[in-house]
Design a protein around this ligand. Structure first.
Ligand code: IMP
Ligand code: MG
Length: 175
């Protein structure tokens, strides 16, 4: 495992994002939507640096990306609070192809939120399949598979306090 962002670097990036979000929304109430499971740790750190009144909600998004199957996004929005007429910030761990954030964004818009903006810890270059503008980005990264600080590979590594790049000997040879 190669460390890409240390704990300290992550906290600096999150503080920068929080400052930009505080500046954007001022004292207006904000509903933060955690895209589970990957953004759990980011959201916990981020919202503690927000100054406005914050409501917290979550959606569960998962996609199955195998060699044989196409990416198939499943969205469970049953845990959402009422967002009608509120300012919403959707928070995800990483922006890759863009399909996850786009789907969550469309869903929240359909619920008549007053505004819908997005924040991600990591923005992966060269992978975007949709024309979608993320409002707040922690770090831009090259096209490498990263884990830690919420991000997983086959369900593990989410608990690492840093973000790392998996090396070939960490990967499952059958995938
Ligand atoms: P998108 O829908 O392609 O933008 O993918 C976003 C989702 O794919 C993220 O919320 C992650 O769960 C997952 N993902 C994409 N790239 C990585 C990665 O490098 N490591 C771990 N998970 C990733
Ligand atoms: Mg995810």
């Amino acid at each position: 495992m190669k460390v890409l962002f240390s704990e300290e670097q992550l906290q600096h990036g999150i503080s920068r994002m929080a400052a930009a979000i505080n500046e954007r929304f001022g004292s207006e109430p904000l509903t933060v939507i955690c895209v589970m499971t990957g953004s759990l740790i980011l959201v916990a750190d981020l919202i503690r640096q927000l100054d406005m009144p914050v409501k917290l909600g979550s959606v569960h998004a998962s996609s199955y990306k195998g060699k044989t199957s196409r990416s198939n996004l499943q969205l469970d929005a049953s845990m959402l609070p009422n967002v009608k007429g509120t300012n919403v910030l959707i928070v995800d761990d990483i922006f890759d192809t863009g399909h996850t954030l786009n789907a969550v964004h469309q869903h929240i818009e359909s619920l008549e939120a007053a505004s819908v903006e997005t924040a991600v810890l990591l923005y992966k270059h060269g992978r975007q399949e949709l024309d979608f503008k993320v409002n707040f980005v922690g770090f831009e990264i090259p096209d490498e598979f990263v884990v830690g600080y919420g991000l997983d590979y086959q369900g593990i590594y989410r608990n690492l306090p840093y973000v790392g790049v998996l090396e070939s000997h960490d990967l499952d040879p059958d995938e």
